[in-house]
Design a protein around this ligand. Structure first.
Ligand SMILES: [Cu+2]
Length: 493
């Protein structure tokens, strides 16, 4: 199986100097997995290095996977819906006999699934019941800058705020999380995250599994490290280059197994981790079908055996569990660490699925256009920058006209220090990938995206259109990089 490079790429200055041609760079990338092993070995001998990644333990499957509740509206009249969400602090029994201090929305850990329909006029009453300031950011939602919940939209402890927007985008699996300047990583780590689904009329007519928690499962992947007393003590485990955990938490459950029938299932997978990338496949090497990217359905289902999700990205996949021999199959990562064991009952049901899912058209003329905006992500540790700069809330980095498509070039640059994966995210828009390193994007990138995971040395061209006006962030979705200023802002007028 072809392995994409997921590991941190460590390149010595001398090696970098020796590698100036493209070929040499490619060679470096294919060698990087081996280099990573090497760097881990060094780490163990010489003490921790900043880009050390905590090794993930197998998910033992001793608990049962549960699913977030779907949030009931406070009121619903025609197309008008009203919801209330409060960010709260509490305790959760993640390990038997231990009370772990956690954050959540309308509860102690994570949040309910907010399920909206295209065309709805939505009012959400936000309340901050935390002991610290926060914001409510709607990752992937096309809304005005005022409703987006970036770092400018701080809500102080005890404060309430109401936002309103109309859902004008197609069916998708989005999510929400806090976005306060310099403090996002810690708040997400403690448990602030929830799913936001958008449904639309067309998607409901398609032949796809759609029974929430029955054959259509939300899967929020988060790796966590627990300090003394099984606490999520962020300051004890934080890593400036991305905080990794050794323990798999899915939907807020430690070591959960998904229990279901031998049927066709839809997994809506969110990489809600602070930093970890997951290059996943099944341990029996069976194929599965990707049907959606961050921002909605692909034009056609894409059959594959592995998929990479960087921090913040989502994918919807269909898995035909009726073809599994035996009563267990596991989703595993590229090191064969068990991410999610699936326990199967005997009942077998086969199902058909639609083959035409969406009608995304890329404007061919854009493919030849030179980019009007260039974003260069570089650096590691505290040196992370975008176009050589750290975030400054008083500086507007770019401007763009509402409703006008521009070609952006996003580069993940290799520097003297080396390079690493950076997942690049833009607020308030769903973009289309035109090319990666000058080539047509792979099928799994041919849908709407709000986050694109770039390997060191990769350059992507994307078509970006903002349907609304306001101030929006663009940043690396390794939350510690974001907190360290690997972020810029764009004013859309
Ligand atoms: Cu980054």
């Amino acid at each position: 199986m072809k392995k994409t490079v997921v590991a941190t790429l460590l390149i010595g200055t001398a090696l970098l100097a020796a590698c100036s041609s493209d070929d040499a760079q490619k060679e470096q990338q294919t060698d990087s997995a081996a280099q990573h092993e090497h760097s881990m070995a060094n780490t163990q001998q010489n003490g921790p290095m900043d880009h050390e990644q905590l090794v993930l333990k197998d998910n033992t499957g001793t608990a049962t996977l549960t699913f977030p509740e779907i949030l009931e509206p406070d009121s619903k009249k025609g197309n008008n819906v009203e919801y209330s969400l409060a960010a709260q602090s509490g305790t959760t029994e993640l390990f038997k006999g231990y009370e772990t201090t956690t954050y959540g929305y309308n509860g102690s850990l994570l949040g309910p699934t907010l399920r909206l329909k295209e065309g709805q006029h939505v009012t959400i009453h936000l309340k901050n019941e935390l002991p610290e300031a926060t914001t409510f950011h709607w990752h992937g939602l096309e809304v005005s800058g005022k409703a987006d919940g970036g770092p400018h939209a701080l809500i102080e402890p005890g404060e309430e705020k109401t936002i309103q927007f109309t859902v004008t985008q197609q069916a998708a699996t989005l999510w929400y999380h806090p976005h306060p300047m310099g403090n996002t990583a810690q708040q997400v780590y403690k448990g602030l995250a929830g799913l936001l689904y958008i449904d639309d009329a067309k998607t409901t007519t398609l032949d796809l599994p759609r029974d929430y928690g029955e054959n259509d499962f939300p899967i929020v992947l988060q790796d966590r490290a627990f300090a003394d007393g099984k606490q999520l003590d962020y300051s004890a485990v934080a890593n400036i280059d991305g905080t990794y955990g050794d323990t798999m938490m899915i939907n807020g459950v430690i070591n959960p197994a998904l229990k279901t029938d031998k049927q066709l299932v839809r997994l809506r997978i969110l990489n809600g981790s602070n930093a970890r990338n997951y290059l996943f496949h099944f341990d029996n090497d069976m194929s599965f079908t990707q049907i959606a990217t961050d921002g909605g359905l692909l034009n056609k289902p894409v059959k594959t055996k592995e998929l990479l999700l960087g921090a913040g990205e989502r994918a919807e996949i269909l898995v035909d569990l009726s073809q599994v021999k035996g009563d267990r199959v596991s989703l595993v990562d590229d090191k064969d660490v068990v991410l999610l064991p699936i326990e199967l009952s005997k009942k077998t049901a086969t199902a058909s699925t639609s083959t035409n899912l969406n009608e995304i058209r890329v404007d061919k003329s854009l493919e030849k256009q030179e980019p009007t905006k260039v974003v260069k992500m570089e650096g590691m540790r505290e040196n992370v920058t975008i176009n050589g700069k750290k975030f400054d809330e008083n500086r507007v980095d770019f401007t763009q006209k509402k409703g006008v498509t521009e070609v952006w070039e996003i580069e993940n640059a290799i520097t003297d220090e080396g390079g690493m994966i950076h997942p690049f995210h833009i607020h308030g828009t769903q973009f289309l990938v035109l090319s990666v390193n000058g080539e047509k994007p792979e099928p799994s990138l041919q849908g709407y995206k709000d986050t694109i995971t770039l390997q060191p040395g990769q350059k992507a061209r994307i078509a970006v259109k903002f349907p609304y006006a306001g101030m929006y962030m663009f940043h690396c979705h390794i939350l510690e990089h974001e907190d360290n200023g690997m972020m810029g802002q764009i004013e859309v007028k």
